[in-house]
Design a protein around this ligand. Structure first.
Ligand code: SAH
Ligand code: SF4
Ligand code: F3S
Length: 430
């Protein structure tokens, strides 16, 4: 079997789960699509563009299927959940459609498909967490661990509560056990995943308890987490991050907009004042903490004034990084019923202003790091040159350093920053 993964980190974790399930059934995993009898696409629905990408991929696979008619093609993930039987009806090459809560049954559906029968499994579950299933992971440095599934927030623009169902948490013990195994295998970093990790709840044990327990497994393992919803972030969590050296001083805290009127229409359930307070508090409790965010440009009814408020908030907070998007109406969401009334060219202009501002801020922040010393975890060879290694700081900044014989992937190395762009730091090792 061969699998391609699109969308968020949750999908990356789910693909490892799916590989774990299929491997147990005797399937062999391959990176070469030509060798596979099963091709799976784990898909994303978050914006229209994400879905278009999959449709293009399917058009491309049409030729492949013509030459290899016995190959089974399956769609997993959020598009499977959202489009269901339409996928099979509209895209004749699709044999199997399985949503995020039905992966246990994937082997059954594949068996049917080998017999020529199409299959759809898209029931959502209130309890499925797959915590008893061991994901398939190649040896490496970093691992994703989904500690929750689903989302109950229902932000008005967002399709995720519909594609992933109600929120549910894995047990703390099962997460700790997984981290213990990763530690034995030599992993150096884990990222705990959930759509809103701050509402993690295992019989009263909250996300701060989980983080503390995970961080205590192996002090040589860095612990990261995403995503935090600004409404649910507790003081206890901030103190926990500060108390544990190996919990990274980095928080992804999506703001979405700087305008209270728009935040309310988005059903984000916090005000900008609350958000700014939270950032201020976090900076006090966790000195040197870095922040990234998500921003949507051109939500229905957004005026120039609202847009300016977003730019102002960015200037005030000075995020280390941001993921910035143009609003994309999603069928079934509450915002879909509002008129998508910001013209495309204005959305594009506002998005570009947001991107330019963030690049300027990131560049300035990174320039100030020149001359400073940072500890990085070496994660691999630089994408651009095999003469260089790539690692990240505690605050999630990518640092490129020259290769040296005594530096190995997985090492923590002290580096001095000598150069910086808006996206990358360059360091030397003494
Ligand atoms: N649970 C996470 C991730 C949600 S999806 C969170 O709450 O942050 C990641 C980001 O995609 C969101 O934060 C939002 O900025 C963006 N997004 C979601 N739906 C969107 C839409 N319909 N149009 C544009 N951007 C969207
Ligand atoms: Fe979507 Fe909001 Fe849930 Fe994030 S918190 S997944 S944006 S509904
Ligand atoms: Fe996309 Fe689903 Fe993740 S919509 S962003 S793959 S939760």
């Amino acid at each position: 079997m061969y699998i391609e993964t699109y969308g968020c980190q949750m999908n990356l974790a789910d693909s490892e789960l799916v590989m774990g399930i299929l491997k147990k059934q005797g399937y062999e995993i391959t990176n070469e699509i030509d060798k596979a009898n099963v091709i799976l696409l784990n898909t994303c629905s978050v914006r229209e563009h994400a879905e278009e990408k999959i449709f293009h991929r399917l058009d491309h696979l049409k030729r492949f299927k013509r030459n290899n008619p016995t190959t089974v093609i399956g769609i997993l993930g959020c598009m499977a959940e959202r489009l269901r039987k339409n996928l099979i009806e509209e895209k004749k090459i699709v044999d199997v459609v399985v949503g995020p809560d039905e992966y246990r049954r994937l082997p059954e559906y594949l068996e049917l498909a080998f017999g020529g029968e199409k299959g759809i499994g898209v029931k959502l579950s209130r309890t499925e967490t797959y915590e008893d299933i061991e994901p398939y992971r190649e040896d490496g440095i970093s691992a994703w661990i989904a500690v929750m599934r689903g989302c109950d927030k229902f932000c008005s623009f967002c399709v995720v509560p519909f594609t992933r169902g109600r929120e549910r948490s894995r047990s703390l013990l099962s997460v700790v056990k997984e981290v213990e195994k990763l530690s034995e295998r030599g992993f150096k970093e884990v990222t705990l995943l959930g759509q809103n990790v701050n509402s993690y709840n295992d019989n009263g044990k909250d996300f701060a308890d989980l983080l503390a327990a995970v961080a205590s497994v192996d002090r040589n393992i860095r612990v990261r987490f995403t995503t935090s919803h600004p409404q649910d972030m507790s003081d206890k969590l901030l103190h926990t991050i500060a108390e544990h050296n190996n919990i990274c001083n980095y928080i992804h805290l999506p703001v979405q907009s700087g305008s209270n009127r728009i935040l309310e229409l988005m059903n984000r359930s916090y005000t900008i004042e609350h958000y700014l307070n939270l950032i201020e508090k976090a900076r006090k409790i966790i000195p040197g903490v870095s922040f990234s965010t998500d921003i949507i440009a051109g939500f229905p009814t957004e005026t120039e004034e609202d847009h300016q408020m977003t730019l102002d908030v960015m200037k005030e907070i000075r995020y280390d990084g941001a993921y910035m998007f143009k609003y994309s109406p999603r069928e079934g969401t509450k915002a879909y019923n509002m008129k998508d009334d910001v013209p495309e060219e204005i959305k594009i202009r506002r998005l570009n202003e947001i991107i330019e501002l963030q690049q300027k801020i990131s560049f300035e922040i990174n320039q100030q790091l020149i001359g400073s010393e940072e500890v990085i975890l070496v994660e691999g060879t630089s994408k651009k040159s095999d003469q260089f290694l790539s690692g990240r700081t505690d605050t999630n900044k990518v640092v490129i350093i020259p290769k040296k014989d005594n530096i190995n992937i997985g090492d923590y190395v002290k580096v001095r920053i000598i150069r910086a762009t808006s996206a990358t730091l360059f360091g030397e090792v003494n």
